[in-house]
Design a protein around this ligand. Structure first.
Ligand SMILES: [Fe+2]
Length: 344
């Protein structure tokens, strides 16, 4: 452990001891990786020195480069998607070159992303629909890979997920961005986005049928209670099933004006509950299983306010792992009144 002046810190270094203000407000916790943003943040709080982990320069550099590449790649995609989705408000034309640029960024992103936590760090509420499209593209691509899809098939899934909500650009902004629950009449209008999206996509030559069908069906549910067609079980295309899971996961783990985000673990539990009747059971189980692997060794906050670290996954209960607290270990599968409120 090294004591270093904040002014000479570099992105990629790892915090070795919790950093607090004189009033005991926690700014960063042990294990956090420094970014340009967090160093500025510490300087703003007039933290003069901190403890960092002693590591090889190469490790620090590689970590910083990966974070920078992910942030660049994400922001580049965001600018592109804002441009073509906003364009849909005035005409129905999709610039396929722009879409394929984002798909290529997502493929890179999925290749180098060390943790799904990164997406949470990049999210903001200002561009919710645009970010949501990219995030669903990323999550669906992960699920596709875990399902064994490759090459062109996987690429088609990424396209379909990225474009799943283009129809929302035809929904009046006062309904789309309403900071509260929709009235039944407004909800009916909102539900029209699947069909609107289908109309836009089918008029753009060059998008294959599977891409269009996946987007059309992302609100269909296994029990037939979804929309727009009320399809059941195997009548729903694989892409529609995958995008439904990615869509719900991203929506629940995002902050909205009218509600705070849920943790990945709370969301995973809700997804498993919904899998009885609404979502494809085997894809949901696969997603939850792989998702929990991403969070091993992460620091978390529990609903009793305590901080802990995830130590190991419980194979039978992936949403309730084994955690380490300052005073010992807890198996969350045996402590049903405890749950993970946040991943730090
Ligand atoms: Fe949607």
């Amino acid at each position: 452990m090294l004591r270093v002046k904040t002014s000479v810190l570099i992105p990629g270094q790892m915090v070795a001891k919790d950093i607090e203000t004189p009033e005991n407000m926690k700014l960063l916790i042990k294990g956090s990786v420094l970014t340009k943003y967090s160093i500025d943040f510490l300087l703003k709080w007039k933290i003069e020195e901190i403890y960092i982990k002693e590591e090889l320069e190469e490790i620090i550099h590689n970590r910083a480069t990966t974070l920078e590449r992910l942030t660049d790649s994400y922001n580049k995609s965001l600018i592109t998607i804002i441009s073509f989705m906003e364009g849909l408000k005035v005409n129905n034309h999709i610039e396929l070159e722009e879409v394929s640029e984002i798909v290529a960024e997502i493929e890179k992103f999925v290749d180098i992303m060390p943790s799904l936590k990164v997406i949470n760090q990049l999210k903001d509420t200002d561009h919710y629909t645009h970010q949501h499209s990219i995030n669903v593209g990323i999550y669906a691509t992960f699920i596709g890979r875990w399902l064994g899809l490759k090459g062109e098939e996987l690429k088609k899934l990424t396209y379909s997920a990225l474009l799943h909500d283009v129809g929302k650009m035809k929904i009046p902004p006062e309904i789309l961005n309403k900071p509260g629950l929709l009235t039944p009449a407004e909800y009916e209008i909102m539900k029209g986005h699947s069909k609107e999206g289908y109309n836009i996509l089918k008029n753009n030559k060059g998008l294959g049928e599977e891409i269009i069908i996946g987007a059309l069906q992302h609100h269909e549910r296994e029990n037939g209670k979804g929309y727009p067609q009320g399809l059941t079980g195997d009548k729903i295309h694989l892409f529609g099933k995958v995008i439904a899971i990615a869509d719900i996961y991203d929506a629940m783990t995002s902050n909205r004006v009218y509600r705070g985000r849920l943790s990945p673990f709370e969301t995973a539990e809700k997804l498993l509950e919904s899998s009885y009747g609404e979502l494809d059971i085997s894809i949901t189980k696969l997603f939850v299983e792989k998702l929990s692997d991403f969070f091993i060794s992460s620091f978390v906050i529990l609903n009793n306010g305590k901080r802990a670290q995830i130590v190991a996954k419980n194979q039978n209960y992936p949403t309730r792992p084994l955690i380490r607290l300052e005073d010992g270990f807890i198996d969350l599968s045996r402590e049903k009144n405890l749950c993970i409120l946040d991943v730090i």
